[in-house]
Ligand binder design. Structure first.
Ligand code: BGC
Length: 737
């Protein structure tokens, strides 16, 4: 008996001993910071340095001796990229990596619905998790400065407030999956031309008011666990190792505790990479074959060269430990987190999430005579013209190129929706060269002669007159020089003779509906000749199904433009003031804070083709007179504006009610108005709802570059309730005292 008691006693006291033996860094019940410190103190110098740079195209080492896993990155931002070979860009030809392609981020921004951001983040986060990636290289929030930027489709438009609001739920929802977002490209990467070296000269007001807010929101509100430095330079330092952006603003002012990851090949100097805030180096000078192939990863700027500096006491352990702490924090937040779910991949649920986002993001730009939605009780002969009706848009465009599980083309969507109700004829009307898919080297463009193009055109025109309606589905594509990384567009016009074709089609048949598939604004010289125009973006896997829901009226469109469509390129500030793309060394953002509608609003004579925030519905909305709960507020008070919005049409619809603030007098120049609130509200026919916006001094403030801080100056302001930047529904004056 005594022995039994003794044994029991031993085993009871032994339990805590066993628990104590488990190292703190492996104990998921311990706070992350304790785990970080414990792991750090167990690591050798070589193990620490190894963590700061890549070991393959998309991965970096963990600490194999301690069981700390590798980090695996994936593009981003529209779906989980197909696997590539160890240190090549070439596809690895896996058969299990076909993902759900989600709509482009321009489309997400066009929903003006933060619930859609959360849905997007949840879905793509689950896909990343399932594929065992712990860092998603996205979302992108570089501001739309020029419509020529080849990567605008990967970003969230021209307005810092809209992109800030939209990026936060995306980040939070992704990270719930134990997958870090890596918000990119920090910062001032607003063009692809000269992107690897161009030095951006921008004043502090524009930097803080226009180009940084979405990143700041991503860090401070979204709590992003990683951020990607950009290729370009600022203050003559590459942004991947930029003292001012990374150490001063990001890490000191915003208290970012995550990892700064370089863009692929964005590191140029060991000293700067060590001292100026970079934590992880990726993609430097190797193709794994004949170029930098020998011990390539050991020769990264943050590999042997860094070790040498450390061994010679030319770099401090303190600095190294700061990098490693951040990387370990990433690990404990992701791969070594006990709360990490398992994810899911290529599911119907994800496809439907993408479809819903696309349906909410598609923008009805113009709809004269209610030609849309197509009424199948009257329309019996539909002619579909345009290459984008059949072109796969999930492929191409650069690093966001995807191997989608499937992609419903617009034509397939139309054919399925129409069934036997009408005859559907398809003719391309024009042709572009083949998409140069990133993973397929030397893709050959089919030879296109003038006769081919002419034949396609004539074919389409001769079929046009017999159609009850023409659905022209064109726009841009993911070819180099279109919506594609690595280059910018050469012009604002639609390519491949589409303008001439649309004009000619509309002459033959007035019922020509134009669907633009793009991530950028385009000119529309035919705008008055066609009744209806739709901006359909790149919508991913469910493209065709989402588009037909809108075209045939199963879904009432509710998207609004996240950027201005100028009539001509010269109506855009960067081009009006002549600083694009710079002289190859520098580009000066002479337009300062007057980007997008902030510029358009100042132009007396030229109005935009379609304004920021514009988008129509198949129903109509009536706005009441807005009211405010106060006429005067002090700096620490808030004011609430309320407006009644009524659906005066015959079908349910959603309206995006927008609040802009106008500062009537200020010591520094200010935009005519700035977006400071928006709400998407669903209304049944005849239904009326009150929409309220509460703002505080942040909405009234500007960045005073003389003081280096945000200030709200006392004086008169206006709250402008609007349905777009040019469709103002009501104005209320108030005063800051
Ligand atoms: C792009 C990044 C991308 C990375 C990895 C770079 O060229 O700029 O956005 O995440 O490649 O593919």
């Amino acid at each position: 008996m005594k022995l039994k008691t003794l044994i029991l006693g031993v085993s009871f006291t032994a339990l805590p001993l066993i628990a104590q033996e488990k190292p703190v860094y492996l104990n998921t019940d311990k706070p992350i910071e304790e785990r970080v410190e414990d792991a750090l103190k167990r690591m050798t110098l070589e193990e620490k340095v190894a963590m700061t740079h890549a070991q393959s195209k998309f991965s970096s080492p963990g600490v194999p001796r301690l069981g700390i896993p590798e980090n695996w990155m994936t593009d981003g931002p529209h779906g989980i990229r197909a696997e590539v070979l160890w240190d090549e860009w070439y596809g690895a030809n896996w058969t299990s990596d076909s993902c759900t392609a989600f709509p482009a981020l321009t489309c997400l921004a066009a929903t003006w619905n933060t619930d859609m951001s959360a849905l997007y983040g949840k879905s793509i986060g689950e896909e990343a998790r399932y594929r065992n990636k712990n860092v998603l290289l996205g979302p992108g929030v570089n501001i739309y400065r020029t419509p020529l930027n080849g990567r605008n489709f990967e970003y969230m438009g021209e307005d810092p407030y809209l992109s800030s609001q939209m990026v936060v739920p995306y980040i939070q929802a992704v990270q719930k999956n134990g997958v870090a977002t890596c918000v990119k490209h920090f910062a001032l990467n607003n063009q692809e031309v000269y992107r690897g070296h161009i030095n951006v000269i921008v004043d502090d007001r524009a930097l803080h008011e226009i180009y940084l807010p979405a990143f700041k929101a991503a860090v401070e509100e979204g709590k992003a666990w990683a951020i990607m430095g950009s290729y370009n330079q600022y203050k003559n330092e590459h942004c991947c190792h930029n003292q001012y952006l990374l150490n001063d603003i990001l890490k000191r002012d915003w208290k970012f505790d995550g990892v700064v990851i370089s863009d692929w090949g964005g590191v140029h100097d060991t000293g700067q990479a060590v001292h100026n805030g970079l934590d992880m180096e990726f993609g430097s000078w190797t193709n794994g074959l004949n170029w930098g192939a020998s011990n390539a990863y050991d020769n990264y700027y943050l590999a042997n060269p860094y070790l040498n500096l450390l061994r010679n006491n030319k770099a401090s352990i303190k600095e190294l430990d700061d990098k490693v702490r951040r990387i370990l924090r990433l690990t404990f937040r992701t791969t070594m987190s006990k709360d990490r779910p398992y994810g899911s991949f290529g599911t119907e649920e994800h496809a439907l999430a993408g479809r819903k986002i696309a349906e909410e993001g598609i923008v009805l730009l113009q709809n004269n005579n209610n030609v849309l939605p197509v009424d199948l009780s009257k329309v019996k002969n539909i002619l579909v013209v345009g290459e984008n009706a059949v072109k796969r848009m999930t492929i191409g465009g650069g690093s966001s190129s995807l191997k989608a599980k499937y992609e419903v083309s617009p034509l397939a969507g139309i054919q399925k929706r129409v069934g036997n109700s009408a005859k559907v004829t398809y003719l391309p009307g024009y042709a572009s060269p083949a998409v140069k898919e990133q993973d397929v080297k030397n893709a050959k463009a089919p030879k296109q002669t003038k006769t081919d193009a002419e034949t396609l055109r004539i074919e389409a025109l001769s079929a046009a007159k017999d159609a009850d309606v023409i659905l022209f589905i064109g726009g841009l594509n993911k070819n180099n020089g279109q919506d594609c990384e690595g280059n910018d567009r050469k012009e604002l016009d639609l390519p491949y003779g589409q303008n001439e074709l649309i004009t000619a089609l509309s002459k033959v048949n007035p019922n020509t509906v134009v669907v633009v598939i793009s991530g950028n604004a385009v000119t529309m010289p035919w705008v008055k000749n066609v009744p209806s125009i739709v901006e359909a973006w790149y919508s991913g896997t469910e493209t065709g199904n989402a588009l037909v829901s809108v075209l045939f009226g199963d879904v009432n469109p509710s998207g609004k433009l996240p950027f201005t469509f100028p009539i001509r390129l010269e109506d855009n500030a960067a081009h009006a003031l002549g600083e694009y793309p710079g002289d190859s060394v520098n580009v000066t953002y002479k337009e300062s804070i007057f980007v997008g509608y902030r510029w358009a609003d100042m132009q007396k004579k030229v109005k935009p083709l379609f304004a920021f925030g514009h988008g129509l519905s198949y129903t109509t909305f009536e706005y009441g007179k807005p009211i405010a709960d106060k006429k005067k507020i002090s700096l620490d008070e808030t004011v609430t504006f309320t407006v009644k919005v009524k659906n005066t049409g015959t079908r349910e619809g959603q309206e995006v009610v927008q609040l802009y603030i106008s500062d009537k007098k200020s010591s520094l120049p200010r935009p005519v108005k700035e977006l400071k609130g928006f709400k998407k509200v669903k209304l049944a026919p005849g239904e009326e709802k009150e929409v309220s916006f509460t703002v505080c001094k942040a909405a009234l403030s500007f960045y005073d570059d003389t003081k280096g801080q945000w200030v709200a100056e006392p004086g008169k302001f206006e709250a402008i309730i609007a349905a777009s930047a040019t469709d103002i529904k009501g104005i209320i004056e108030f005063e800051l005292i």
